[in-house]
Design a protein around this ligand. Structure first.
Ligand SMILES: [Zn+2]
Ligand SMILES: [Zn+2]
Length: 465
């Protein structure tokens, strides 16, 4: 059996891991690279393997860094099935349509600019017809049900507690009379996340492929501390008629926040101030969340059956139209505006930042991971002047970071997960982390499990097992 790594190797984005055994080739995730434009573009135009030779894809969850290159796979001749939980399938469909649209308009923009300089036209990685070609190949699977992917390859999906539908994938590969169990974590969530069940305990395995987004960091804030911080912010906003701007991914993060804010109001910790969810994508994603109560934890399921829709409240307003979104610019606080993108790289949140960032009464609340070179990262790092739509803009609003709301396991959670595998796996591959995070986690695991072979693979590396 061979494993090769074609993305999220010493970096966070572009998850693509290929398993080969006895003529069968199965791909774990097929994500897009994100980050600095040219570098990401180069990597996105090369899958790193022959698309036609892949028999099937197993998709851990819908985030674009795991699903975003699936249409390119179809475009290049893949004709197998894509297995995912039903919720992941529905979210992925929506996200890929959006991804194709963004690429088309980005290319159009670049081409217009470059044509003046006589450059070659830039083509999108794929178009909406490729999205339709791949979504037709999606097959919904139920959590914990084992199924036959190929004659000598069985798989099952288990709760990962990261976003709706997210799963860790267990593979049982039979070759030459012996079986090898591979466990791929996808992105691991945390216990007691809003909406979702906790990550399932890991089954025994021979080979573990584990994410390491927070491989050397702890989410130092506890639940109570996070709630108190939110309480303080809202009190400030009410007293100063401030706006609280929250950049958040439309899928997952936004729904978590809605459920969490409702909980704070119900507990009497914060006033029910107006909350605007300003994102057409979030509106659509929330619809998908509504369709999949089978993914809810007990508490969210209880809310659904006793109080009704967990995503609505009289003080929460979902905004789709551009006109209504623009009206929010001149709105007086107190209010909370939740808008995408989560790392402030584009989308409506940029307009809200532009209008709110120069007023010292306002607050920018950062609730998720901010990658290198993004505007979100600059805000977290406390820059006094930041580029918004290319214009250097003084920042007077206060930036407050919530690290207790992360949808990713931290270093301790990851180490606890590995410790729970009994007996310990023979080999561990560490992926989906910036180099420092992955290497730091590797060292910690080696210290605890000296007999285990722990590897941080390079991009394109192949391992014979
Ligand atoms: Zn993810
Ligand atoms: Zn990811």
């Amino acid at each position: 059996m061979k494993i090769s790594f074609h993305g999220a190797a010493r970096s966070v984005t572009g998850s693509r891991h290929l398993i080969q055994s006895g003529g069968t080739r199965v791909l774990l995730d097929c994500g897009l690279f994100q980050g600095r434009r040219q570098e990401a573009d180069w990597k996105n135009r090369r899958l790193g393997f022959e698309a036609k030779s892949v028999d099937a894809v197993l998709l851990s969850h819908a985030h674009i860094d795991h699903s975003g290159a699936l249409p390119a796979l179809a475009k290049q001749g893949f004709s197998g099935k894509v297995h995912a939980t039903r919720a992941t399938g529905h979210l992925t469909e929506m996200m890929l349509e959006d991804s194709a649209r963004i690429q088309e308009s980005d290319c159009e923009y670049v081409n217009k600019k470059e044509r003046r300089r006589g450059q070659a036209r830039l083509e999108p990685y794929y178009g909406s017809e490729d999205v339709r070609a791949i979504t037709k190949r999606l097959v919904g699977v139920r959590y914990d049900d084992a199924f036959q992917v190929r004659p000598r390859l069985k798989a099952s999906f288990h709760d990962a507690g990261h976003i709706l539908g997210s799963a860790a994938i267990k593979l049982i590969v039979t070759a030459g009379g012996s079986t090898t169990t591979v466990l791929y974590t996808g992105d691991l969530g945390r216990k007691q996340m809003p909406i979702l069940r906790d990550p399932a305990p890991p089954p025994p395995c021979d080979v573990l492929i584990i994410e390491s987004t927070y491989g050397d960091r702890l989410h130092s804030e506890g639940r109570e501390e996070t709630k108190q911080k939110a309480q303080g912010l809202v009190a400030h906003a009410v007293a100063h008629r401030s706006k609280i701007i929250v950049p958040a991914f439309a899928v997952g993060r936004t729904q978590d926040l809605v459920v969490w804010i409702k909980e704070l109001v119900k507990e009497g910790r914060i006033e029910p101030l107006p909350i605007y969810i300003d994102s057409p994508m979030a509106v659509k994603a929330t619809e998908v969340f509504r369709r999949h109560p089978e993914c809810y934890d007990k508490e969210t399921y209880r809310i659904l059956t006793s109080e009704g829709d967990p995503f609505v409240a009289r003080y929460i307003r979902y905004v789709s139209s551009v006109q209504e979104s623009q009206k929010l610019n001149s709105l007086k606080g107190p209010c909370v505006i939740i808008a995408a993108s989560g790392m402030c790289e584009g989308g409506r949140v940029l307009h809200h930042l532009k209008h709110a960032i120069q007023d010292e009464a306002n607050i920018i609340a950062i609730v998720g991971f901010q990658a290198e070179h993004t505007l979100g990262r600059k805000l977290v790092e406390g820059w006094d002047t930041v580029p918004i739509f290319g214009v250097p803009t003084p920042r007077r609003a206060r930036v407050v970071r919530f690290n207790g709301l992360s949808a990713h396991a931290d270093r301790d959670d990851l180490l606890t997960y590995v410790r729970a595998i009994s007996p310990a796996p023979g080999k561990i591959f560490i992926v989906h982390g910036e180099e420092r995070q992955s290497c730091s986690l590797a060292m910690a695991i080696r210290a605890e499990h000296p007999r285990v072979d722990v590897v941080v693979p390079d991009l394109g590396a192949i391992y014979e097992l």
